[in-house]
Design a protein around this ligand. Structure first.
Ligand SMILES: N[C@@H](CCC(=O)N[C@@H](CS)C(=O)NCC(=O)O)C(=O)O
Length: 226
């Protein structure tokens, strides 16, 4: 059986996990908390060369990087497809997924250490994060109307990106910027409520909540945060 390595409090770990749950594929979870620099567990670097979570263990070996893992899952398990068939629609789903990851997740991620440690971010970092998120929020409304799903009339990889990465943007915004940078995107709040009601997303959230205390303990032991 394929094995997913990582930890449930990680939004990136949850990307392939949600894909596997939505497709109804059986998999085993192997808990691996990541390290940093000299604290890396050397064995884990054989699974994911930068020590990042997730890694997928398949009969042929290990795959790191959530996008590559999703590509493997889609082609190895064609049932309940998470990508449309038409080349244009498929590209648009990938465009939206990539957009959310690059222009929202990776920007908000700059403040995750502050969220975890409670340390206030540097004003220059805050300013840049706010400017980048504001620009991306205006653009996101052009890519999706969030009417039913993030793209088209079926659950796709774009929904996985949206429901796993956008809540972090909202959390970072309300915590450090004093507002939700996504508040004015038409349809987004109702869309998120619909996605949160999916049984697979409910499971992801429950597993993440159960894992959070262990993850925080791990984070503090690694970075010495209070
Ligand atoms: N590009 C990677 C990003 C994965 C990632 O950043 N995972 C975080 C956990 S949410 C991680 O492993 N961070 C530890 C590190 O960067 O050292 C992917 O798509 O899988």
């Amino acid at each position: 059986m394929i094995k997913l390595h990582g930890f449930a409090a990680s939004n990136y770990y949850n990307v392939p996990k949600l894909a596997l749950l939505e497709k109804g594929i059986r998999f085993e979870e192997v808990v691996s908390y990541i390290g940093a620099g000299p604290n890396y567990n050397p064995e884990y670097l054989d699974r994911s060369p930068l020590g990042k979570v997730p890694a997928l263990e398949v009969p042929e070996g290990f795959i790191s990087e959530s996008r590559a893992i999703l590509a493997y899952i889609e082609s190895a398990y064609p049932q309940h497809p998470l990508l449309p068939e038409s080349p244009y629609d498929l590209a648009k789903v990938q465009e939206l997924s990539q957009f959310i990851e690059i222009y929202f997740e990776l920007v908000a991620r700059r403040l995750i250490p502050n969220l975890l440690s409670g340390q206030p971010p540097k004003p220059s970092v805050l300013e840049k994060v706010e400017a980048d998120l504001t620009k991306a929020a205006l653009a996101l409304a052009k890519l999706s109307s969030f009417e039913k799903f993030a793209y088209g009339d079926k659950f796709t990889l774009a929904d996985i990106a949206a429901i796993l990465h956008l809540p972090i943007v909202r959390l970072v915004g309300t915590t450090f910027l004093g507002h939700d940078p996504l508040a004015n995107i038409p349809g987004l709040s109702d869309y998120c409520a619909r996605m949160e009601a999916r049984p697979q997303v409910i499971k992801i959230r429950a597993d993440a909540a159960a894992d959070r205390p262990q993850f925080i303990t791990h984070f503090k032991s690694l970075y010495g945060a209070q």
